[in-house]
Structure formats: C-alpha cells, structure tokens
Ligand binder design. Sequence first.
Ligand SMILES: NC(=O)c1ccc[n+]([C@@H]2O[C@H](COP(=O)([O-])OP(=O)(O)OC[C@H]3O[C@@H](n4cnc5c(N)ncnc54)[C@H](OP(=O)(O)O)[C@@H]3O)[C@@H](O)[C@H]2O)c1
Length: 307
Amino acid sequence: MNMKAVRIHAFGGPEVLSVDQIPLPQPLDDEVTLRVRAASVNPIDYKIREGSTGQALPVTLGRDVSGVVEMCGTRAHTFKKGDPLFAMLGNDRGGNAEYVVVKATELAAKPERLSHVEAAAVPLAGITAWQGLFDHGGLESGQRLLIHGGGGGVGHLAIQFAKAAGAFVATTVSAEDTVFVRELGADQAVDYKDERFEEVVEEVDVVFDLVAGDTQDRSWKVLKPGGTLVSTLSRPSQEKARLHRARGVSYLAEPNAAQLAQIGRLIDDGKVTPFVQTTYPLAQVAKAEERLENDHVRGKIVLEVSA
Ligand SMILES: NC(=O)c1ccc[n+]([C@@H]2O[C@H](COP(=O)([O-])OP(=O)(O)OC[C@H]3O[C@@H](n4cnc5c(N)ncnc54)[C@H](OP(=O)(O)O)[C@@H]3O)[C@@H](O)[C@H]2O)c1
C-alpha cells in the first residue's frame, strides 16, 4: 500500500517540495504508525529544505503531528487502533505525510479540548519552550523573564507556560502582536521595531532568546547577576556571560513524551491554548513554508493532512 508524502530530493526553495507516492511505513516492535490528521510547520522545515542542516536526501519534512493510531508494533502495548495522539518527531522521520511511524515512547494523548489541527501546533514549539524555560533556564515561580519573539510559534506558548508557573513575563514583539501577547498573559510587551527593550525592561532572571544576533547581544544588560540567557539559535558569548556574572546556554529541543503530556494537561485545564493563524492542505506545504519564512505569522501555521 502506498501513501502521499511531501519530500525533497534536492536542497533549495519551496519549488523542491514534491508530493510523492511512497510505501506505507511499517512500525518496529516499539513503534506506532499514526494516520496523520494534521502537521504543523516550523522554521526547521525550511532550514532543512534550504540545506542548512545537511540532512541525507530524500527526506520527508515535518516534525509535528496529531493523528490516530493505525497500527501498533508488537511491544507498543500502551496504545490501540484509533487512539488520538500527538508527538514531536525525531529528526529521522517526517510528518508531512498521510502516515508516520513514531516511537511509542515519544507519543502523548492528544489534549481532549483541542482539534487535531490545534494539537499539531503544540509539540515541537511547546517542548522547545518547556525545555528552554525550565530545563535550561531553571525558571521558577516569582522570577522575571524576558522572551524575545513572544508572538511566534515557540514564544506564544512560552508566555503561557511561564505565566502558569508564576513568573513575571516581558516580551519583545511587533506592534501588531502587543495586544495578542497581553491577552496570553504577558505583563509587558515591547515593540521591538520602535523601542529598545534594554531601556524599558530590567533585572530579569531569565532571557529566552528566539531571535539571536544583536538582540541576544543586547540582552546581557537586562539580566540580573546569576541570571541565565537561553537561546534556541546560537551559543551566547561565554566571555560576556562571565563579564555579567550570568550563564549563557543554547540547546536543541528533544522529543519528550512526559513533558508533552504535562503540556497536554495544562491545555486541558484551560491554562494554555495554542494559536493557529491559518491552515493549508498538505499539498500546499510550499505556500505554508514560504509564508512562515517571509511573512509576519502569529502563533502557528498548520497543514491539514486527512479528514
Ligand atoms: N534549538 C531548537 O531546538 C529550536 C526549536 C524550535 C525553534 N528553534 C528556532 O527558534 C526560532 C523561533 O522559532 P519559532 O517557531 O517561534 O519561529 P516563528 O514562529 O517564526 O517566530 C519567530 C518570532 O520572532 C519574532 N521576531 C523576529 N525578529 C525579532 C526581533 N528582532 N525581536 C523580537 N522578535 C522578533 C517574529 O515576529 P515578527 O514576525 O513580528 O517579526 C516571530 O513572531 C527559530 O529560528 C527556530 O528555528 C530552535
């Protein structure tokens, strides 16, 4: 049996994305085949497509899925056919396809409150936010946090996790997102095109950097001594970290079903809600990636894969 998968056979622009017919993947003993209902688009998709990670080709893109169990491996007893699940996929598999095989240990129950489209917006961005804030940033209740890029996929979830954890949250965003992030709970929204954040934000315990470059460099000024600058993009200067008596770390988010399940509980408790700006059918993934890379996107863009 064959299925549709959006693959790339060469690095390049959106035109290299091709809708291929490939054999349905079979699960190993400890894996589960999901029928993908929705998959979200992340910056890593266009970065892989453009060749910045040097991934082996051909490759199916897409690291986020929400779907239902189609088939279980002989040792994947926890799940049964039809269960609604969501997952952040490892970098050796792709969710922009009708079916995907996922390690049983990387799957979590889809939040009941969400549709598959909404659920697909959560895993990679949510796990990245969780690991950045809590595992690497050590954020605690009562602390002060600055998030750069609070209106995007990772940022809009990070704001809500930090508020649920009892932190004060300042965030840099474009003018059109200031109301959005305040509605998500941000205490202070700084229009990065109009104001210099270091003049209006002070004494934070953690900076969560989703932007890098000059923005990262200027962030040392707002950190308390003993604070932490955490970046998803580039390793902060260790020399500047020492100078400011702070820590500077970068990291790569890893699939983590326990954290995803915890995020799912916050969602079902009504404390966190993902925002999907728009959806595209799977066949229009090129348009979706182009939009995420070049336009202003609030929250996430999601691909509708099957009904
Ligand atoms: N290390 C990891 O494991 C990991 C995991 C996930 C993501 N990432 C990386 O982290 C970054 C963010 O991911 P994402 O999914 O949140 O991307 P996204 O949805 O594209 O969001 C990026 C946000 O940054 C904002 N922004 C751009 N320039 C800014 C500036 N100078 N100051 C403040 N905000 C600015 C954008 O707002 P405007 O559109 O208004 O400019 C946008 O809302 C990406 O580069 C991604 O590749 C890394």
